[in-house]
Design a protein around this ligand. Structure first.
Ligand code: ADP
Ligand code: GN1
Ligand code: MG
Length: 358
């Protein structure tokens, strides 16, 4: 670590007790205990090539959200992130080594989950992500920077996997034959969403693009979704990305890196609760094609995430944080198991979607 956390905090005029926090795969997150508490993050500038643009997006998006929350009689300090400025009035601090830091107000009395047992949590999750998308419905998309190019362009993600196989940077290709075989077989699903977007039947919307379960804070008493966080990838995209990604991470039976694949399956009860919450919020704007592809989007987003993990494993674990050898491969296998399981349940899942569309 080539920086002093206390010195960074002083740039935001805060003098806290600092500790690592959360389970995100991308940024370095710290809880700053003081009165009040804050969240400090070192922005991953390998993943986000322009942290300045990320912060400009977040400032504009949270300003818009706060207005909407105020109009609806909510609490704008609790229901979306609040960026804390530096003493120079900027929305990030860049140190002499080129590290970028940002500070958020800590959302008190809230909790995030990597995995939930009770399907009702997925109802609250669906409602929160649906509401989030609704509030951004009239956000001017042209104001947003594309913080990661082709983020959910699944065919392009396939190309990235093929490039990683070709390069074989970590010398691991021989050990992942089965996984590569699966990735190539399921390639047949890769362009379903992008093709429809090109046709215009699936509209471009302002979306979150990283609707992982632990990117929501729940109220620790009522269990309701309080705040959608991790706004680094808010960009124009498809509703299907947000729906599918939330389900691949939320409607699973086990941890994302579970090594015993017998413990991993797609949980229909969780899917149903999420669908009820999300569709309940989005019913008025959802198009026919979007509705038709909701269940399929869970398969595609599981597949896409799986090939990203596999590519990163082949590249030598350079993108997602890992805490042990083979973790990205375990994550890839896990997502592939989900994709396969969703494939076998598509009829049942579509019937559930139709139930909540009317
Ligand atoms: P990453 O991009 O690495 O996933 P996140 O922004 O999702 O980072 O933050 C990681 C974790 O930190 C979250 O899952 C959540 O538990 C916690 N967290 C982040 N921001 C806040 C906040 N403002 N208040 C409370 N907890 C937060
Ligand atoms: C990353 O940052 P985090 O942990 O919320 C990743 C997502 C993946 C997810 C897989 C910017 O999300 O796209 O789906 O890991 N975020 C980025 O767990 O790449
Ligand atoms: Mg996160």
């Amino acid at each position: 670590m080539n920086y002093s956390l206390n010195e960074i905090c002083s740039k935001f005029d805060i003098d806290p007790t600092i500790g690592s926090y959360g389970n995100g795969h991308i940024n370095d997150t710290y809880l700053c205990q003081s009165n009040p508490n804050y969240i400090l993050q070192k922005i991953n500038n390998v993943v986000f090539k322009s942290p300045e643009e990320v912060m400009e997006n977040i400032s504009n998006v949270t300003k818009h959200l706060k207005e909407k929350i105020r109009e609806a009689g909510g609490d704008p300090e609790r229901e979306t992130l609040t960026v804390v400025p530096t003493i120079d009035g900027k929305n990030y601090y860049k140190d002499d080594n080129g590290n970028y830091f940002r500070m958020y107000k800590y959302i008190e009395n809230s909790v995030s989950y990597d995995l939930v047992e009770d399907p009702i949590q997925l109802y609250y999750t669906g409602k929160a992500f649906g509401k989030f998308q609704n509030m951004l419905d009239d956000f001017p998309a042209e104001k947003l920077h594309e913080t990661i190019k082709d983020f959910h362009n699944t065919p392009e993600r396939v190309n990235q996997l093929l490039a990683a196989m070709e390069k074989n940077a970590a010398g691991r290709l021989d050990s992942v034959k089965e996984e590569v075989e699966f990735a190539l077989e399921f390639r047949k699903y890769a362009s379903i969403i992008t093709d429809q977007m090109a046709e215009g039947t699936v509209p471009l919307r302002v979306t979150h693009n990283d609707t992982k379960l632990n990117n929501i804070l729940f109220d620790d008493k009522t269990n309701e979704g309080v705040c959608v966080i991790d706004l680094d990838t808010v960009m124009p995209g498809s509703m299907l990305y947000d729906f599918g990604d939330a389900l691949r991470s939320g409607a699973t039976s086990g941890a994302e890196d579970e090594t015993d694949l017998r413990k991993i399956w797609f949980d229909i009860a969780k899917f149903e609760q999420f669908t009820k919450g999300f569709v309940g919020e989005m019913r008025d704007t959802i198009t026919e094609k979007e509705a038709e592809l909701l269940a399929m989007s869970a398969l595609i987003m599981s597949y896409e995430c799986g090939i990203r993990f596999l590519a990163d494993y082949l590249n030598g674990d350079v993108y997602f944080k890992t805490h042990r050898e083979g973790q990205n491969l375990d994550r890839a296998r896990n997502q592939f198991k989900l994709a396969k399981n969703i494939e076998s349940k598509l009829d049942e899942l579509n019937a559930i979607v139709n139930k909540y569309l009317v």
